[in-house]
Ligand binder design. Structure first.
Ligand code: FNR
Length: 383
């Protein structure tokens, strides 16, 4: 086992352990991948102010997200098909998050169902909702989340239509994977992944199979989403969905100050500044560059969360310093899961926590809730 000291090490191990089709599904952006790349590289334009001779004892990263206590202001973002990255992947990740004291978000497009995750966890998790055309299905889905005790829904607004990811089409992405000579040859080299998969009965989408109207075979992801997702989703529909749920709502995928204002007007509990990890609108601003404008527009009216591009505790601190109340991580936890299962998700949270805590201290702070823009040098053109 190689010594793992950073998120990038987990990614290297993940790449070795998981079939190419699922690694590519994760480690890909849409079209030219410009936004995917800039989501990470734009963090480098922000620099910390190093402070010295400040008492750094008794530090805390404990905080609150949508009124919930968290060990650090980090939630696991919803990620589809996680049960293909590792057997029972969603259950494993939810358990690791629960033990660590941070929220887990289950994707609509998970392999393990809402009920599966609820059975193997003891604290409420968040449920992410994609808006399908079928209204009865939406009612049933929310009802299942309610019965499972989910404490919030995350409505994803940036995937009415899907950005194209070349590799997924070329690989014929599906769950379970289609058996072709090349996929069989590749899977045969992924022994620990294959052994794990032998032990699970969950190999296709637990929340949507057999439910969405007119959809019998959701195996081919892009053609299924093109058919089932509600292309007509607008703010009136968002309001209806919020009322249908009746509890805490986080609106995810906000990249424009005008949209942030609409979300705040609707009374969302939080918004997530996110470009879906660079998987949707290629050519959009990186998420970290979009954050300051949104904080300026609505930072005093709604809790602003952030995701896309976080690979270190330093990245988390930069987003918090620009005004985010908390962040979501996507690939950073999936790398851990694919590399080492539940222990790998814990490892990724440990790494991020240590980096966050130490960097906060070196910037002269002891309490994550006191961190502000003052710790950063922000270039003038950083919008
Ligand atoms: C996602 N994301 C996502 N978002 C969502 O609302 N529902 C989903 O099912 C998925 N599925 C998904 C799959 C994979 C493989 C990835 C990488 C991402 C987006 C996710 O919630 C989050 O916005 C991004 O992952 C954040 O970017 P980073 O942290 O991965 O750079």
């Amino acid at each position: 086992m190689p010594v793992i000291t950073c998120i990038d090490d987990l990614k290297t191990l993940y790449r070795r352990r998981v079939p190419r089709m699922f690694y590519d599904y994760c480690e890909t952006g849409s079209w030219s991948e410009q936004t995917f790349r800039e989501n990470t590289s734009d963090f480098d334009d922000l620099h910390f102010r190093q402070r010295v001779a400040v008492d750094m004892t008794n530090r805390t990263t404990a905080s609150r997200m949508i009124g919930q206590d968290v060990a650090m202001p980090v939630a696991l973002a919803p990620v589809g098909l996680t049960g293909m990255q590792h057997a029972d992947g969603e259950i494993r990740a939810a358990r690791a998050a629960e033990r660590f004291g941070v929220p887990f978000t289950l994707s609509t497009l998970s392999i393990c169902s809402i009920e599966d995750v609820a059975e193997y966890t003891s604290k409420p998790f968040w449920f992410q909702v994609y808006t399908l055309k079928d209204d009865d299905f939406m009612e049933r889905l929310m009802d299942r989340a309610r019965k499972a005790g989910c404490s919030a829904i995350v409505i994803t607004l940036d995937l009415q239509v899907q950005g194209q990811r070349h590799k997924d089409l070329k690989n014929g992405l599906s769950a379970p994977p289609k058996l072709t000579p090349s996929s069989i040859a590749n899977m045969a080299t992924k022994v620990s992944w294959g052994l794990g998969m032998l032990g699970t009965k969950r190999r296709t989408f637990g929340n949507v199979v057999g439910h969405a109207k007119g959809v019998t075979d959701p195996a081919s992801l892009s053609s299924w989403t093109a058919e089932a997702f509600d292309h007509a989703l607008d703010w009136a529909r968002v309001k209806e969905l919020m009322e249908m749920w009746g509890g805490k709502v986080i609106l995810k995928g906000i990249m424009d100050p005008e949209d942030a204002k609409r979300a705040a007007d609707l009374g969302a509990d939080a918004i997530v500044v996110s470009n879906h990890g660079g998987r949707q609108l290629d050519g959009a601003l990186s998420s970290i560059r979009a954050l300051p404008g949104i904080i300026e527009a609505v930072g005093d009216r709604v809790e602003v969360l952030f995701d896309s591009g976080i690979r270190s505790g330093q990245d988390i601190l930069k987003a918090l310093a620009l005004g985010a109340k908390g962040v979501m991580i996507g690939r950073s936890w999936v790398y851990g899961l694919g590399a080492m299962g539940e222990a790998g998700v814990t490892k990724s949270l440990d790494i991020l926590h240590k980096e966050l805590d130490t960097t906060m201290a070196l910037c002269g702070h002891r309490d994550i809730n006191q961190v502000d823009r003052d710790i950063l040098l922000v270039p003038e053109d950083f919008t």
